[in-house]
Structures are given as C-alpha cells and as structure tokens.
Write a protein that binds this ligand. Structure first.
Ligand SMILES: [Fe+2]
Ligand SMILES: [Fe+2]
Length: 275
C-alpha cells in the first residue's frame, strides 16, 4: 500500500491524471470542501464516455480537464450516471452544450431516469437493463454494470471496467474529509489488525472512521450495504474509483469491506426513536 500512496508524489492535482488503459481522473482538488467529487473519463479508440460528470459549479474545471487530455468533446458518446443526485448530474445540460453530439447517450437505470430528466436533459436515455447491463465501445471494449439497490438510491449500480480492472463505485466506498490525496492505501498493518474499534497499532490518525461515518450517513440501512458487499466482493477489481474521496487499492477496499460487514448501525439502523 505504501507504493500505492507513493503515486501521489509525482502528481499535479491541478492537471488531469491518467490512471491506466485510457482511464482519466478529471476531478479537482478542492481544499475547502470535505465532499469532493470525482468524475472519470474513459477514452477508447475514437470515442469516450464520462462517468458521473459532476455538479454545475464544477463544470468549468471538469471540462478544462477533459480538454487537457486532447479529446475532442464531440467524441464523447455516452454520459453514465449511477444515480440522480446533483453532485454528479448537475452539469448534464452544460455537457450536452459542449459535446453537441445528437447521438449522445444518457446511460442510467430506469428508476434514475425519472429524476434525471428534471435537470432539463435533451439526449436520449438508455436503460442499463435494456443494454444487458453492459456498455460496448465501437472497438468491442466493454464496461459492466452491477446493480447495488439502495446504495444509496433504488437504482444505484457500479461500473466495472475489466480492461483497467477499475471499479467505478459511485457513492459506495466514498468518504468526506479534508485530508485528501488522490490515491490512498490504508497502512499495511490494517489488513491484519482485526477489528479497528481500537487501533492495535496505536495510530493517532486513521481515515477509516471517516469512511465508515460516510456509509452510516449516506446509505439507507445495514441490510442494503451488506447485500451490495456480497455482490461487489466477487468482482476482480484492483482499484476502486469512487465518486467521493480517494482512489483505493484492492487491499484497502478489502479492509473497508471487512469493517462494513460488521457494521449494523448504518442509516435507519442507527436512528433512535424520538423520546
Ligand atoms: Fe449520491
Ligand atoms: Fe455522491
């Protein structure tokens, strides 16, 4: 994991960052906000897709980053949204103006579509179920969609790219906190430390509580999270690129999965009856 953290050393966060296999991080460092948003761009052959494109105020920076890759925005063939919140969907009309592609696809679940159209979208919707839970580029490269109902919306799903081995997880495995690096790996000791209720290595600062708190507040119930974890564990990803927080390596996600599996106070499960 230390090697994974080292990746931050050579990065200028004000520039677009290449992950691998045509995948780019087109988000930005926002020192003021604890809730930073991470849109991702996948360029494949002469087309590209944008995942969770970002909010309206974030649009100028995200579009500048997209242009920095050298991509002609008209080549973006699809905008993919795992749910309908404004932090990822707010800029859809701005993106549509810049992309100016009459064939542009808005890819999401049927449930999210009902709400996303209220952003004033003009492009045609494509339902992930109708697409067989796959997006296929012209080259044949495929992205796989895996549903995680109620994590945190009814129609939520994650996107797995078998070529880059990146799992784009939306709000799952996200966090909000002001301490941030683009790449993050929990310290090596965490993977074998057992329960983290009390740190067995006497670490004074740990980012794990921030991650757990995010899930406790953003996700509706322990049942929903545990159901999602069962599906996500089996996916052969090597990295998780979530919509909030840092990009995590597989072993860090495994630490997080283990902790979340033993959390029974997520969402409604932690609400006490009013006295
Ligand atoms: Fe959300
Ligand atoms: Fe979000």
């Amino acid at each position: 994991m230390q090697a994974f953290n080292k990746r931050n050393d050579s990065i200028d966060f004000d520039r677009v960052v290449s992950l691998n296999n045509g995948v780019w991080w087109v988000g930005f460092q926002d020192k003021e906000s604890g809730l930073r948003c991470n849109p991702y761009l996948i360029i494949e052959g002469d087309e590209a897709v944008l995942l969770d494109g970002g909010s309206r105020p974030d649009f100028p920076v995200v579009m500048m980053k997209i242009l920095e890759t050298g991509l002609d925005p008209h080549k973006i063939s699809a905008l993919i949204y795992d749910h309908y919140d404004p932090d990822l969907c707010g800029s859809i009309p701005n993106l549509e103006d810049m992309i100016e592609n009459p064939e542009l696809k808005l890819v999401t679940s049927g449930f999210s579509q009902m709400f996303i159209r209220h952003y004033g979208t003009r492009s045609q919707f494509f339902n992930i179920a109708d697409m067989g839970y796959k997006f296929t580029f012209k080259t044949g490269r495929q992205l796989e969609f895996v549903t995680i109902p109620y994590c945190h919306n009814r129609g939520s799903y994650v996107v797995f790219d078998p070529q880059s081995k990146i799992l784009f997880s939306g709000d799952m495995f996200g966090t909000y906190e002001k301490v941030w690096t683009l790449f993050y790996g929990f310290p090596d000791e965490c993977s074998s430390a057992g329960s983290c209720v009390e740190c067995q290595n006497d670490k004074s600062f740990c980012r794990l509580p921030g991650y757990l708190d995010f899930h406790r507040k953003l996700m509706p119930s322990s049942k929903a999270v545990h159901f999602a974890l069962k599906k996500l564990k089996g996916i052969p990803f090597e990295m998780v690129a979530s919509q909030h927080g840092s990009i995590l390596d597989r072993s860090s996600v495994d630490v997080l999965i283990k902790e979340l599996e033993s959390c029974n106070d997520i969402g409604i499960d932690q609400v006490q009856p009013e006295e």
